[in-house]
Design a protein around this ligand. Sequence first.
Ligand code: 5RP
Length: 228
Amino acid sequence: MNDKQLVAEYAATQIQDGMLVGLGTGSTANFFIEALARRQAEEGLRVTAVSSSTVSAVKAKSLGLPLVALEQVERIDLYIDGADEVTPDLTLLKGRGYDLVREKLLARAADRFLVLADESKRVGRIGERYPVPVEVMPFAWALVKHRLENLGGKGGLRPTAAGDGLVVTSYGSLVLDMSFGPEWDSWALDEALNATPGVVEHGIFRALASAVLIAVDGKVKEFTGEGA
Ligand code: 5RP
């Protein structure tokens, strides 16, 4: 079992009967969805799930997990998702899967947000390994890019994997992947992005994670603050 599976299996043990669970997106979240479906099938665990993306909803449905639409949800018990970067104060960078609005809505709506990561995701500062995904209204992309360049950002619109088009989110937004230098701390960058008109959402998740689960030497460790 790899480290992603190990933390996903552990996270599934945290789910209790009757919970409304938020399902994340990505390879680690997929392991969690599988583990949760297995508990439902083998132990008769009763859960309802709400998904952060169409791709996770399709997976959950194929495994028989009962889903409710985000529109029906005012709060959830637990949200389980991966991340691309995790700092010691549990600020996250997310959004390689680009459905940032749903992910941040679920993170905010959850009583508890458990992040599944592995050692490779631990960084000193947000943006160390990946650019920051910035979801923008299509007609605003050039103005937003210009403003972010004035703040020292470098990057551009995210192309599709085949390179023959641009990524469009499920809400019709475009995604700018912007790199910022070490002079930007993640809190200041979060505020600057929040204050930029035309930005729908961005990948910095500040003060949202309750804990980060990381497998260390084959054992799952839960980090809740300094030291992740
Ligand atoms: C999707 C995300 C993912 O959680 C993040 O990209 C991690 O993915 P993986 O579990 O495949 O490493 O934020 O928007």
